[in-house]
Write a protein that binds this ligand. Structure first.
Ligand code: ADQ
Length: 759
């Protein structure tokens, strides 16, 4: 394959695929040089077709050998960006957490999942490396498509770096029921990681529904059908994420076309001959994986021979078992068992000079695979659990002659579409035996009828349609998500026309039930260098106190400060609600407010969160020591790095280090503000808090005054009747702008005046 170094992509790639493996393998030539060979998986074929429709496509993944990664290079019209994995990552991230923990758990614990905390650490850091490789190479507004269970944290990690791109995720394996998924350590981090995507694709409807149920039960997010409402990260607004079923397929036309090749036809005939020209050839093709039900299949075959229901002179079974994950213990054991069973069956039943089971533990090229499918009278797909199972579809595509019978496990995703197959429960060995006998005895007309229906399904729905459907859909939901991000309504520093402000206040104060909420620093008190020396505007506070006494008016102070700190500086009466730590701490509510509306569950601290907070605080302290003047504030649910007093570029560098550190923390809400970065271990924002307060006070409309980026999360949730006021300059989603704290005081006094006139 010809490869060249990747050319610079100054504008980035329109479509970026991220998968554990790059679609190439390296091969060492006799002279010691290496060359890249395309590995012809289904995903590669699918992507080739979509990559042709975009100007510039890229693929990010591991090149297959541990240690230093090769430089990016160009192959088959695609830019490939290798990700570095050390030997330890291969052991912990790939063989460990991906294939020792997630794989068995997601396949209904056919074998016991194993978990080690070091595996999780490695999964986290490897996912970060994939995200870091993918984020910078996508074009502005481009699309990033992340694949499979090894990379479930990547969507969120990319979103934090690139809120402008559309992110899709496809899960190739099943998604387990919520009861099983709940066993997974770090389950919520995985869900949050996935929810960084705009669109999540699953193989079967049941997978989609399982995922949505897990989100609802474990994260408590609001769900409408399979659309999930995800609270914004930090200052970001709430987002809608869609989960949807996209059954994967194969390059059906290409497989079907191979059957016309005279050489492949000849191979198929030769194969039957080499097996001793039996009446029937039965075929199984699988990666040697415990999910594929190879043991069950061999047991059924062995018993049929033991019973005398099958004569080994008439029927031969070929079992192709591709080597897989041989360093994982469960796979080593499986190989031993399968090989022992094959040996026993052959020892007891094979006629002289030919096998009862022909066992092939190696790879074949596409042409040989097609020859095998053409030679097989029956293909057995007996998976105990399988995302889709492409072998089932490949067999169907290889039979334009309409001959042959597919025996298909109902636990394979393919069973949802391939209803005309002989469907079985492979756990029931008697049922499996009966299905094999039925398939072997099926009359030709019946075979043709079933195969015609199966082919209709497989030829119409190929992998190209699958990829295009997914990307089309991502285009739609991504566009909606981007439209939902509030566009900036006001730019620059110019305050709004005072008449317009007054008009808005008049209309607002006519509404029966009001919530008046405001930020503290920068609105009720000028920003000062020493946070403890803050001087609130006494008259503004007085106006708020008075407003809180008026009928139909609820008043709240919403601040990034810790609740206790906020209380200390404002000394508000109990009629005013205090909200601290960006919504994570809510003070006492007046008796008439509906406390149950405020979802306190997300606010509760667990021992796990306490520990996490301790780790974060220690790391932020380390960063602040390295940058003199930077300080760390601790709150009950958050740690905050303040850089206002750092010297020189120290503030900038400390912030950069903190944000870099943040990418390793998927279970933390990171909120950058003015010379401050907050790490909260409970997930909320000022917007979430104001929304909840408005509901708790049954307000018909609310007004909010804020000056900081963290206040944008409130502005973003405003509806038509709500009034949003930005204090000071800068782009904002607020509808009105006033100059400073003096103007803020005037707004509150004017509201008091207007509302008092009514009562
Ligand atoms: P896999 O578990 O790898 O994929 P599967 O869908 O059966 O399973 O695909 C296996 C592929 O490997 C087929 O294309 C098959 O032809 C090929 N293959 C098997 N043995 C071979 C051999 N010895 N030589 C050459 N080729 C061989 C995961 C999920 C599946 C899901 C796919 C795609 O576990 O459920 O269908 O991803 O999403």
């Amino acid at each position: 394959m010809s490869t060249t170094p990747a050319p610079e992509q100054p504008r980035g790639h329109e479509l970026v695929v991220v998968a554990n493996r790059l679609p190439v393998d390296s091969r060492t030539l006799p002279d010691g040089a290496t060359e890249w060979v395309t590995s012809p998986g289904g995903l590669v074929t699918a992507m080739e077709s979509v990559m042709r429709t975009v100007d510039s496509g890229a693929w990010v993944g591991w090149a297959g050998s541990p240690g230093e990664a090769p430089d990016p290079f160009e192959a088959d019209g695609m830019s490939l960006y290798p990700v570095r994995l050390e030997q330890q990552d291969v052991e912990r991230y790939y063989e460990g957490f991906s294939n020792g923990t997630l794989w068995p758990l997601y396949h209904d614990v056919i074998v016991d999942p194993v978990f080690h905390r070091t595996w999780w650490d490695s999964y986290l850091s490897a996912n970060r490396r994939f995200a870091e490789a993918a984020a910078p190479v996508a074009a502005r507004g481009g699309t990033i498509w992340v694949h499979d269970y090894q990379l479930q944290l990547v969507p969120r990690m990319i979103r934090e770096k690139r809120p402008d791109v559309r992110i899709g995720f496809f899960n190739h394996i099943p998604f387990p029921s919520v009861e099983l998924f709940s066993q997974l350590p770090k389950r919520n981090s995985i869900l949050r990681g996935l929810l960084g995507a705009d669109l999540l694709g699953f193989q079967r409807e049941s997978d989609t529904l399982n995922f949505v149920a897990a989100v609802r039960k474990l994260l408590g997010y609001h769900v409408d059908g399979t659309t999930i409402s995800v609270p914004g990260l930090g200052a970001a607004p709430r987002r809608e994420v869609e989960a949807r079923t996209f059954p994967i397929s194969i390059d059906s036309a290409a497989v079907s076309a191979l059957t016309e090749d005279p050489d492949i036809r000849a191979r198929a005939e030769q194969l039957r001959h080499d097996l001793g020209d039996p009446d029937k050839v039965v075929l199984g093709v699988d990666r040697l994986d415990y999910t594929k039900g190879i043991r069950h299949r061999l047991k059924a075959w062995g018993e049929l021979l033991d019973d005398g229901a099958i004569d080994p002179h008439d029927a031969v079974m070929i079992q192709v078992a591709t080597p897989s994950r041989e360093r994982v213990e469960a796979y080593r054991q499986l190989r031993d068992e399968v090989e022992l069973t094959v040996g026993r069956i052959n020892g007891e039943h094979a006629p002289l000079g030919r096998p009862a089971v022909s066992y092939q533990h190696h790879s074949f090229d596409r042409r040989d695979m097609t020859a095998m499918y053409m030679a097989a009278d029956v293909v057995l797909v007996t998976a105990l659990r399988d995302g889709m199972n492409l072998v089932a579809k490949e067999y169907v595509a290889s039979r334009p002659d309409l001959r042959g019978v597919l025996v298909l496990s109902e636990f394979a995703g393919a069973a949802d579409e391939l209803r005309a197959a002989v469907l079985v429960n492979p756990h029931d060995i008697d049922e499996l035996k009966a299905a094999i006998l039925k398939a072997l005895a099926m009359p030709v007309e019946e075979q043709e009828e079933a195969m015609r229906s199966l082919r209709h399904q497989v030829m119409e729905n190929d992998v190209q349609t699958w990829a295009h459907d997914f990307l089309d859909h991502l285009g739609h939901v991504g566009a909606e998500a981007q439209a939902a991000v509030p566009s900036v309504r006001l730019r620059g520093d110019e305050p709004s026309d005072p008449a317009a402000v007054d008009e808005a206040l008049r209309t607002f104060s006519d509404v029966p039930r009001l919530l008046i909420a405001t930020d503290f620093d920068g609105v009720l008190a000028p920003i000062v260098e020493d946070r403890d020396a803050v001087q609130p505007d006494a008259e503004a506070l007085a106006a708020l106190r008075d407003l809180a006494e008026l009928p139909g008016v609820a008043v709240a102070l919403v601040s990034g400060r810790a609740l206790e700190d906020l209380n200390g500086h404002t000394r508000m009466p109990s009629s005013v609600v205090l909200v601290g730590s960006h919504g994570a701490e809510v003070g006492a509510l007046p008796p008439w407010m509906q406390a149950e509306v405020l979802d306190r569950s997300s606010l509760s601290m667990t021992p796990e969160k306490e520990e996490l907070l301790g780790t974060i605080t220690a790391e932020l302290r380390r960063i602040s020591r390295a940058h003199p003047g930077a300080e760390v504030e601790t709150k009950p649910t958050a740690a905050v790095l303040h850089t206002r007093n750092a010297t020189g570029r120290g503030g900038h560098n400390a912030t950069e280090s903190a944000l870099e550190y943040a990418t390793s923390l998927p279970d933390v809400t990171v909120t950058p503000g003015k010379e401050v970065v907050e790490f909260a271990v409970v997930h909320t924002s000022k917007g979430v808090a104001v929304d909840a307060l408005a509901r708790a006070s049954a307000a018909d409309a609310w007004l909010y005054l804020g000056d900081d980026v963290t206040d944008e999360s409130v502005f973003a949730t405003a509806e038509e009747r709500d009034v949003t006021v930005k204090v000071g300059g800068g782009d904002t989603a607020a509808g009105l702008r006033i100059a400073d704290t003096v103007a803020a005081r005037e707004v509150l006094q004017r509201l008091r005046e207007l509302r008092s006139e009514q009562s």
